[in-house]
Every structure is written in C-alpha cells, then in structure tokens.
Write a new protein. Structure first.
Length: 165
C-alpha cells in the first residue's frame, strides 16, 4: 500500500468536502424552511412594534427565559427578566421608531439563525435631538415544544464608526 503525503491527504479531504457541498449533503442540514423565515419575520415585526409602543412586557415575551442579549459597548444581559428591566430603563428615557430588515434565515434542527439590518430613531422624552441608529444583527432563535420560535441569543452593533455615533 502506498502512503499518502500530508499534502495529498489534504487535497483528498478538500475534494470530498466539495463533492458533499455540491451534492447537497451539507446544504440539507443548513436551510431555510418557509415556516422559520415567516417566524423570524413575525418576531422582528413584533420586536419593532413593541419597542414603538413602549411595551417592555410584549418585547420580553419574544425571548426565551434564558435568553441573552449582547449589546454593543456593554456587558451581556442574561435572562428574560434582566433583558426586560434593562429595556424598561431605556423606555423611560426614549421613544423608539424602528425598522428591521431580515437578510437571511438559516436553520439547523431546532435552531434558526437570522441576520439582518436595522434602523431606528430614538427620541428623548425630555426633549432634545433624536438619535439615529443604523446597525446590523445576528439572532439565534430556538424552536419551542409547541413549534413556535423565540429569541435565544441576540447580538447587534452599529454600522457607523465610533466617532459618528
């Protein structure tokens, strides 16, 4: 039997991976079924609407009990109740007008991964200039026992450089 060189072994592995990708073996595990896309779009519509209404309870209901939000320039916020309380503090200071555009949703089993863009305007309740926000997000959704989806992890940040925010 002839021994393969390390370079030849790597070439064989790369070729095998390319065949698997081309044949759909890997694509079948990471896909976007229509129900997951519709669920993500629904969640993000409720997300924006509840912020606009100043309703921290409705917004928090979109999250799993052990959800984690990872905002920019701040520590992670763990747990639905902590996430809700952090938002309540923000909602006492600002009114929200938010638009969310989901660019893609992929699923793997009971998980969905949503990526997109958002624009928001925060208007101080005490007066002063509005704050425009332009950013991107990556959100992990988890399918619940009843087939619905909730936010499990959410990370977002600005598209603007630090000096422009």
């Amino acid at each position: 039997m002839t021994r393969m060189t390390p370079k030849a072994a790597i070439q064989v592995l790369v070729c095998a991976a390319m065949v698997m990708l081309d044949s759909g073996c890997v694509r079948a595990t990471l896909r976007t079924p229509p129900d997951a896309r519709a669920a993500a779009d629904s969640i993000f519509a409720k997300y924006a609407a509840s912020l606009g209404a100043g309703d921290a309870d409705a917004w928090a209901s979109l999250w799993m009990e052990d959800g984690v939000q990872m905002p920019p320039d701040a520590p992670a916020v763990a747990g639905r109740s902590q996430i809700r309380e952090k938002l309540r503090g923000i909602l006492t200071q600002f009114r929200f007008d938010m638009r969310i555009h989901t660019e893609e949703v992929r699923t793997a089993g009971e998980w969905a991964f949503a990526r997109g863009l958002y624009q928001a305007t925060l208007t101080p309740k005490t007066g002063g200039p509005s704050i425009p926000i332009d950013g991107k997000f990556l959100t992990i959704l988890a399918r619940q026992a009843d087939g619905s989806w909730r936010i499990y992890r959410d990370i977002f940040n600005s598209n603007l450089p630090p000096g422009a925010r």
